[in-house]
Design a protein around this ligand. Structure first.
Ligand code: MV4
Length: 494
């Protein structure tokens, strides 16, 4: 096992990794930016090194500074967490050149799975169900129209290098397809320095279901069952759960074994997530692979009893998986709510500032992964996620009751948060019935006056409706405020 590792991240995931290190008897070195100098988790690490100013490009995304810290502290490995450098194959390559282990997959699997087209090609080879579409890049309008007519409208244009919904456009006919193509291409070129695009049949009102995978460096790959992450808003997940409440055991086994086939074919080691879309007929279609530990990993930890971060560190050090597939049980139900410092009553605008009061939930089956404390000032510079409240119970109904109880114990003062929104969601008959799709929350909020900001007086005077147009993946999914924070968004950041 390593003597010492460096954690190249911040907030609750940094603390999560420090905790895994302590349990492993590994020393932890945490890096931090000037914005995080007062963070409480810094004291829990064995060493803390300031790597630069608040702006992520000069701290958490700055490869030379992170490598310099790793060399000064003489660590053997770096855990990147999620967001920031976690899916940056160049960073993994630099680590390799510096003889520092990157706690994650190989550079080669990161590069391959980072391309949606390459991963779709691999998925096809191993008989993982794919959405009908152009198998390969679309390079001209005529090919696009031919593919679209063959698969039938509506279609979706996606960037091969994109992720988390960025750069997607929906077209309902030849005209809108033709007019969207160029824009999609140049957007992708600008955002990812890769203008490669492809076309797929567009699924309306799907569910988002993903499979947790673990592989070791000896060729063993297992799944840790699935998570349902359908409840989201503008590609920001809000509630995740395991198991998916609407699939039978046969569908579950098919889904999970498809994900294992793909990870095996990619020669994958460490943790990854294979994402699928599920349509109304409960048929699933491969979307993409996330080659990092995800925000919602605790949901899987609670239903399997495993420690994913510990396993990532052990696998990086060359350990064999300590179990086989038949030893991984799926027990009970777990739900996670992501608590953000943002105001649902004001268009989910970030609400940074000082936390003046904090009461945290606890008790049976409750886990709180939090990066904040009373007196902490939530910086504007990064993703405004404060904590994750995760509960486990023997059944989904009991887990919902437990989450409601825990939410009732949770109080945050001094800043706005989305805690009240979760209370509303957990009371909704459709949520309780597991009756969800990716547009569910937007549709629900439109029916709740408390969650629709009143129009500013000058607009009200002009009688402009406060109602928003329906959200389509072709409109810019990034809320205005997070475009200001472009470099700092966790998870979605690449
Ligand atoms: C789709 C889709 C419908 N049809 N692909 C969004 C994130 C990116 N990973 C893929 N996404 C989608 N791909 C086809 N062929 C709808 C979405 C989508 C979505 C997917 C998962 C979770 C939330 C979503 C919200 C809007 C659109």
């Amino acid at each position: 096992m390593y003597q010492r590792i460096l954690i190249a991240n911040r907030g609750e995931i940094a603390l999560r990794i420090i905790r895994a290190c302590k349990e492993l008897g590994v020393e932890s070195v945490i890096v931090y930016s000037e914005a995080d100098k007062g963070a409480n988790y810094l004291k829990l690490a064995d060493q803390a090194i300031c790597i630069g100013p608040a702006i992520a490009a000069e701290s958490y995304l700055n490869i030379p500074r992170i490598i310099a810290a790793a060399e000064v502290a003489d660590v053997q490995a770096i855990h990147p967490g999620f967001g920031f450098l976690s899916e940056n194959a160049h960073f993994a390559e630099v680590c390799r050149e510096c003889k520092i282990e990157f706690i994650g997959p190989s550079v080669e699997s990161m590069k391959m799975l980072g391309s949606k087209l390459a991963s779709k090609e691999l998925a096809k080879k191993c008989h993982v169900p794919l959405t009908p579409g152009s198998l390969g890049a679309i390079t001209n309008e005529e090919d696009a129209v031919e593919v679209a007519r063959n698969i039938g409208y509506p279609v979706i244009i996606k960037a091969s290098a994109g992720g988390g919904g960025r750069g997607m456009r929906v077209a309902h006919n030849d005209i809108s397809l033709r007019s969207s193509l160029m824009a999609a291409q140049s957007e992708a070129e600008a955002a990812f320095k890769d203008g490669t695009i492809f076309i797929e049949k567009y699924h309306e009102e799907p569910r988002h279901v993903e499979v947790q995978i673990l592989g070791d460096k000896h060729g063993h790959v297992v799944h840790l069952w699935e998570r349902d992450c359908t409840l989201q808003r503008r590609h920001q997940k809000l509630v995740e759960e395991s198991p998916c409440p609407v699939i039978d055991q046969k569908t579950r086994e098919d889904l999970c074994s498809a994900a294992v086939r793909l990870a095996k074919a990619a020669g994958y080691y460490s943790a990854c997530t294979v994402e699928f879309i599920m349509d109304k007929d409960r048929k699933f279609y491969f979307l993409e692979v996330n080659t990092r530990i995800q925000v919602e990993h605790p949901v899987t930890e609670l239903v399997t009893g495993l420690d994913l971060v510990r396993l990532q560190i052990e696998i990086a050090g060359g350990a064999k998986l300590p179990f086989t597939q038949s030893g991984i049980a799926l027990r009970g139900a777990a739900i996670e709510c992501r608590v953000y410092a943002e105001d649902p009553a004001n268009n989910f605008f970030p609400s940074p500032g000082r936390i003046t009061h904090l009461a945290e939930p606890s008790g049976p089956g409750v886990r709180l992964d939090s990066g904040v404390y009373p007196g902490w000032t939530v910086p504007l510079d990064y993703d405004p996620m404060l904590s994750k409240l995760i509960v486990w119970a023997d059944t989904r109904d009991h887990a919902i009751a437990r989450m409601q109880r825990a939410l009732g114990e949770y109080h945050l003062g001094g800043i706005e948060s989305n805690l009240q929104l979760f209370k509303l969601i957990l009371n909704e008959p459709n949520f309780r019935a597991g009756n969800l799709h990716t547009g569910y929350l937007d549709a629900l909020l439109k029916t709740k006056p408390d969650f629709n900001p009143p129009p500013p007086p000058e607009l009200a005077a002009l009688a402009i409706s406060a109602q928003q147009p329906p959200m389509h993946p072709n409109s810019d999914p990034t809320p205005v405020h997070s475009r200001w924070l472009s470099q700092g968004r966790n998870e979605q950041m690449r």
